[in-house]
Design a protein around this ligand. Structure first.
Ligand SMILES: Nc1ncnc2c1ncn2[C@@H]1O[C@H](COP(=O)(O)OP(=O)(O)O)[C@@H](O)[C@H]1O
Ligand SMILES: [Mg+2]
Length: 326
């Protein structure tokens, strides 16, 4: 942080504080999001994610804090911040009574685009977000995934360089969620800075360059997904064998396994990503070993919080007393 100047940061917050009455929601948090990166604010329901998004997008004011977005001081130049950002989330701008296309054109008007430019931009974005077929139908008839896509398309009309996405996939089915992830990746490849809130570790893991875990009004931990996972003891893959010889070979072939000689089971620490699973399977394949059962325990938000808040609940942690083979 000390080597990063405020200028290269799309979003910079120092000592961000917000309370509602005597309930402190954000207790002096610091955030630093380099331009062109995805930053994820991860936290459970009620953690204060939306409050942070609302403050940083000028919808409400903070009680205290030195806050800069797009290089502009929120306290001094909220209009300049508003011009630089786009926000979508729980407070959707989609009007259900009019069509998707009309929603887009309304947005173009708000951004003072000319009629022809507005039509061109709307058509381009509807195409990009796979909404051409639905464009002439009332937005109220859209599925959850379509509404989110329209909402994001509307946000992009003004060409914002910084986008706030407040729980963009909460409540979506898996296919729509992956669809949204792909859209977010494309935004990032265009150089847009994304501030993403989520309750899902998996989502932050998929998309974010850096993740901050919000807990009890404070940033409990901040880092890359891998850095955070190292704090989480819960993630592992368990391999079970019926053939003792196969079990022995696997225990030797795999590094960093915890052995359970009685159950003929091996536990390998793992974040559960496809890449990690593949490397475990490749190891077994190349050694000509076949496990009879493979189960994955993926670290979830609970694991993060157990790890970060010093909870003594270690029920899901593999036994530490067993021999570890290098
Ligand atoms: N306008 C408000 N007045 C009073 N309390 C609020 C208000 N908005 C949010 N809160 C409270 O602040 C806390 C954080 O809310 P929020 O930022 O919406 O959390 P999240 O988005 O992480 O679920 C919650 O306890 C919520 O009840
Ligand atoms: Mg929220």
């Amino acid at each position: 942080m000390t080597s990063t100047t405020t200028h290269s940061l799309a979003i910079a917050a120092k000592g961000l504080h917000k309370a509602y009455g005597d309930k402190t929601v954000l207790d002096g948090i610091d955030l630093a999001v380099p331009a062109g990166t995805v930053f994820s604010l991860l936290g459970p329901n009620g953690a204060g994610k939306t409050t942070a998004v609302k403050i940083l997008s000028t919808l409400i004011t903070a009680d205290a804090g030195d806050l800069h977005v797009g290089g502009h001081d929120l306290a001094v130049a909220p209009q300049a911040v508003r011009a630089a950002i786009g926000v979508t989330g729980q407070f959707s701008a989609v009007d259900g009574l009019i069509t998707g296309e009309e929603n887009m054109l309304l947005m173009a008007d708000l951004h003072h685009l000319s009629r022809s430019e507005g039509r061109r931009t709307a058509a381009e974005l509807l195409e990009r977000f796979d909404l051409v077929e639905a464009a002439k139908k009332p937005a109220s008839s859209y599925s959850g995934g379509m509404k989110r896509r329209l909402d994001l398309a509307m946000t992009l009309v003004g060409g914002p360089r910084i986008i706030f996405l407040d729980e963009p996939t909460t409540g979506l089915d898996p296919r729509s969620r992956h669809n949204m992830w792909q859209i977010i990746r494309e935004l990032v490849s265009d150089g847009v800075t994304v501030f993403l809130t989520t309750q899902y570790l998996e989502e932050a893991d998929e998309l974010a360059d850096r993740i901050a875990v919000l807990n009890d009004g404070k940033i409990a931990a901040e880092g890359t997904a891998d850095e955070l996972k190292r704090l989480i003891p819960g993630g592992h893959v368990r391999l079970r064998f019926t053939d003792p010889a196969a079990y022995q070979s696997a225990a030797v072939a795999l590094r960093e396994v915890t052995r359970d000689d009685e159950a003929l089971a091996l536990t390998v620490p793992s974040g559960g990503s496809q890449r990690e699973l593949r490397s475990i399977l490749d190891w077994l394949d190349s050694a000509g070993i076949e496990a009879d059962e493979l189960t994955v325990h993926t670290p979830d938000l609970d694991d993060v919080f157990f790890a970060l808040t010093g909870s003594t609940d270690t029920a899901d942690v593999p036994a530490q007393s067993k021999e570890t083979v290098r």
